[in-house]
Design a protein around this ligand. Sequence first.
Ligand code: FAD
Ligand code: UQ1
Length: 438
Amino acid sequence: MAALQRFKQCHPAGNVISHLHTSSRASAKQHYKMLVLGGGSGGITMSARMKRMLGAENVAVVEPSETHYYQPLWTLAGAGAKTVSSSARSTASVMPSGVKWVKSKVQEIDPDTNTVRTDNGDEISYEYLIVALGLQLHYEKIKGLPEGFNHPKIGSNYSVETVEKTWKALQDFKEGNAVFTFPNTPVKCAGAPQKIMYLSDAYFRKSGKRAKANIIYNTSLPVIFGVKKYADALWEIVKERDLHVNLRTNLIEVRADKQEAVFENLDKPGETSVIEYEMLHVTPPMGPNLVVKSSPLADDVGWLDVDRDNLQHRRYPNVFGIGDCTNLPTSKTAAAVAAQSAILNRTISRVLQNEKPDKKYDGYTSCPLVTSYNTVMLAEFDYDGQPLETFPINQAKERQTMYYMKADVMPHLYWHGLLRGLWGGPGPYRTLLHLGMK
Ligand code: FAD
Ligand code: UQ1
């Protein structure tokens, strides 16, 4: 509240000018002290924190979707271990009370005039802006998709419309190739494309179909995982379970009517191969949010251009970013959003007091690598790809306790901790838990 008092003294015109919001008017004018774009993991988390810092009446969130999803559960839903409906809550129920929910799509951001235009023609001005628009999925960049999803035997855990198709394809599997892909772009939760392979392997074993399944992981990457400690352990698992990994192999076409997938060899331009599949799990190419990309806030590629230490925009000091839409050089996860939210909260509080940001984000991110229906390898690491583990045990080992944490504890921590602005990642607990080891 002290920050708000100071803010009011410095910016007497910064109060909310209008809360009028009627759907009949074509272009209503609104102004907010703190405008948040996107009501996903990062947007809801920061709106809860900004409500605490500035008061609910000074905060608005622009989000078109009626439903908020806990996406990390889709890995388990694709394997039939959770339902998609258990990953969903209404946006209204996660929006902090009193915060204004602008139920429309951002169409244009103009940081030179501090305004945002929505798809229904409204113009919203702001003093401070937090961009949390996530990333864009590009199924259409694979020839034959998305229309190929109208056929059976193909699914994708990355979209709410196609998760259940993964589970259906698994159940319908009779014999042949089960193929899992990783695209030639950055992705969110870089472990998810292979988690569903381990679950499928476990499902086939459980249902007596494993001997008839040839399991193939075709990844564009030159490694199985970006952090050596976990990569070494994963190579052991794929060898042990007879899973075939092809590096630098990129899905370019799906002929769903013929159950064929076409791959390019990234090391030999022009060389392609066709695999007939009995089941195909597609991880789509991904890229920057298109609204960010077409705004002056983008870097050369299209990601939101923020300072990697404090999450403030590199050219517009009243703009901040969090999560998948940013160019922070770390793996894009909800766990990263948690750690980022604590840093960003501090940065904004300092900026509001005309002080320099003083807390540094270390790049913390985490990927609970689900390796069966009751085991997880909990990968946690920083900007340098160095393990940054919470628990004083070897986390490269598959553990049942970590599966329980992923499947049952994390959802609670997400809905009741992160989204309420109360969970800023495990950093403080890591320090405590490791004290006993020193
Ligand atoms: P999102 O949560 O995607 O939110 C973006 C929001 O912006 C959305 O609500 C969207 O509707 C809104 N939006 C987009 N465009 C506009 C617009 N023009 N105007 C207004 N609003 C807009 N993370 C983990 O930590 N652990 C895991 O195990 C894990 N597993 C995953 C498995 C899968 C299959 C998937 C898909 C993701 C997984 N993740 C995991 C990643 C995690 O879900 C994301 O990193 C996290 O949700 C990012 O938060 P965000 O706020 O940046 O983006
Ligand atoms: C985490 O903080 C988080 O955000 C709520 C996740 O997203 C679902 C995670 O998957 C993980 C692993 C963390 C980190 C938390 C702990 C307790 C290690």
